[in-house]
Design a binder for this molecule. Sequence first.
Ligand code: EPU
Length: 430
Amino acid sequence: MIKYEINGGKRLQGTVTISGAKNAAVAILPAALLVSGSCRIENVPDISDVRLLLQILADMGVSIRRKSRHTLELDCTRVRNIVAPIDLVRRIRASYYLIGAELGRFGQAKVAMPGGCNFGVRPIDQHIKGFEALGACVDQLDGYVCADAPDGGLTGGHVYLDMVSVGATMNIMIAAVLAKGTTIIENCAKEPHIVDLANFLNAMGAKVSGAGTDVIKIRGVEQLKGGTYCIIPDQIEAGTYMAAVAAVGGDVVVENIIPKHMDCITAKLREIGVQVTEYDDAIRITRQRPLRRANVKTMPYPGFPTDMQPQIAVCLALANGTSIITEGIYDNRFRYTAELMRMGASIQVNGGVAVVDGVQALHGCSVKACDLRAGAAMVIAGLAAEGHTTVEDIHYIERGYEDIIGKLRAIGADIRRIETYEDSGTDAAG
Ligand code: EPU
């Protein structure tokens, strides 16, 4: 078993460098299947979701050369197998981008239904609606999504999404790049990684415009020829370190970020009494005073991100007064509150609303990460708590946070990764 051991109460101080954006990388890597030549992708985060995707792509025949820890060269000319290994595909939500990429490149796709964090039902009906608007026939058979385009290719179409969906916006964009004619997607998501995917596709030779607005237009091209692209910094990783400083106290510079992407998080942290100073590609967070209560409602970008909801909840659990958190994206993203309450937080959940009564202190104990961001919240709670905290099921955390232990230790946290070998009873720290 692998777990994190934390001794809480150490003020955070120093500089933390943010890695490439997970949710951009997990779309851009499958989208590379559209490229006829080779492409070089820089600032790829070294996280387990990316490693898993690379394994899937390699199994499909993509040649992958690692030029450095964060730079990869992918050559998709010899892709031989469009059926990705089911056991790997089921472990990662973003494997749904393989459907759009395979359909776009080969006119057919067969991909197992994607897995990912459990926040309730997470359908992909909007993705399918988009593929159908481009002329594909889509069926779900024996746990697979099977899609076919007539005469081997998609044609441009008009898609109006019923709800703002990050995955559907990106997947339809991927599928449409090589389609004949023009595709228009309306009611699009506007997250920074949507713009990043469009920029990647355009750098490879696509014609995508409007990404970052409600309407995206894709003029189909014959071929993507390849090129070089550098992935944007991870907004949520940066926000997680900002929330950690807010909850624990300290003075930290979060660097290699795009401060504009952080506005929705920065505004909320300022509201609860944290000092945030913006630089060109960094943000300094200082927390000296007690935190103030606030209300938070998660919304599509540029609203407050659902992927920061558990982390801000830890701050509010330690703030003066009563805060209300409303989850506006998922129907079940409060499971972590039970773990936080074991540490002394006072939270009442009713459907999509959590009422958080601030307490003076949290107390260390043994808690579990129930998903990626919930796991990050448990780490923040452990750093802020009095005493010793153990966080289990940390594989969730390592899906999306590169070297979280190294980065936190570098800013003064007392945290270790422990591997327990049950047969011998010995522990190995790493
Ligand atoms: N939805 C549908 N039908 C669809 C698609 C979405 O009903 O076809 C619903 C979802 O169930 C949800 C809402 O629409 O209630 C929004 O879902 P969205 O499609 O935007 O989410 P996603 O693409 O599945 C991505 C990120 C999530 C992040 C959300 C929202 C990836 C791989 N995942 O998920 O990231 O929470 O967007 O920003 O990009 C994370 O990084 O921790 C994470 C969970």
